[in-house]
Write a protein of this length. Structure first.
Length: 214
């Protein structure tokens, strides 16, 4: 996935620049928690630089990564719309700069730009579909199938090759697919040995069609 592009076909860079203008830019260090699951807060965030992970966790510290986002993406809109507690936590993976909109600023932006409100609804629909696909994968695929599906979903064409521009660790992938790091590491090593993927500086290149099963 291009780090400067959104994971889903949603708001354009011009739309996001316009929305950012309604907020205030703030900088955060690596590992800063911007949102805690279960909190009641009223802010909407547009990422200007850096990366964040969106995740859920339990009382024992086990974690599932729902998404990793970078510049040109946003989060926090659901709680502003339904006024319910935050459904997930958000933490910076590196130093990041974001535009933060309060609920009044967010509502003023939508009122003054109804087209963006429509695009936001379309974006939410895309995200619901993606979450539905993730639940389907967890229910119907084994660990290898989930890893392979995740790699393909994250990859985009770059110079004639399929690359995952995000620098993902095996632990990141494990938390995305709901498996142990050890099992994911074994699968990744086997895919490298088989010539299906290449990994350099944590950048993954998919060299050919991944096997349907392992």
């Amino acid at each position: 996935m291009d780090p400067d592009a959104s994971l889903f076909p949603e708001l354009t860079p011009d739309d996001l620049a316009l929305i950012s203008g309604y907020g205030n830019s703030r900088s955060f260090p690596k590992s800063a928690v911007l949102i805690n699951e279960g909190d009641r807060s009223d802010s909407f965030f547009v990422i200007q630089s850096g990366r964040v992970k969106i995740y859920v966790s339990d009382d024992e510290g086990r974690e599932v990564i729902l998404n990793i986002q970078g510049p040109g993406e946003y989060f926090g809109e659901i709680a502003l719309i339904d006024q319910a507690p935050r459904s997930a936590s958000v933490m910076t993976l590196e130093a990041a700069k974001v535009s933060v909109l309060s609920k009044p600023d967010f509502e003023r932006c939508l009122a003054e730009n109804p087209r963006i409100a429509v695009e936001l609804i379309r974006s939410l629909a895309q995200r619901v579909r993606a979450l539905t696909d993730s639940v389907k994968d967890l229910a119907l695929l084994d660990v290898y199938g989930r890893v392979a599906r995740t790699l393909v979903k994250l990859a985009s064409e770059n110079g004639g090759e399929l690359k995952i521009a995000q620098r993902l660790t095996h632990d990141d992938i494990a938390k995305m697919v709901g498996a142990s790091r050890e099992m994911v590491s074994r699968i990744m090593r086997d895919l490298v040995k088989g010539g299906y993927i290449q990994v350099e500086n944590k950048i993954i290149t998919i060299s050919g069609k991944l096997p349907a099963a392992w």
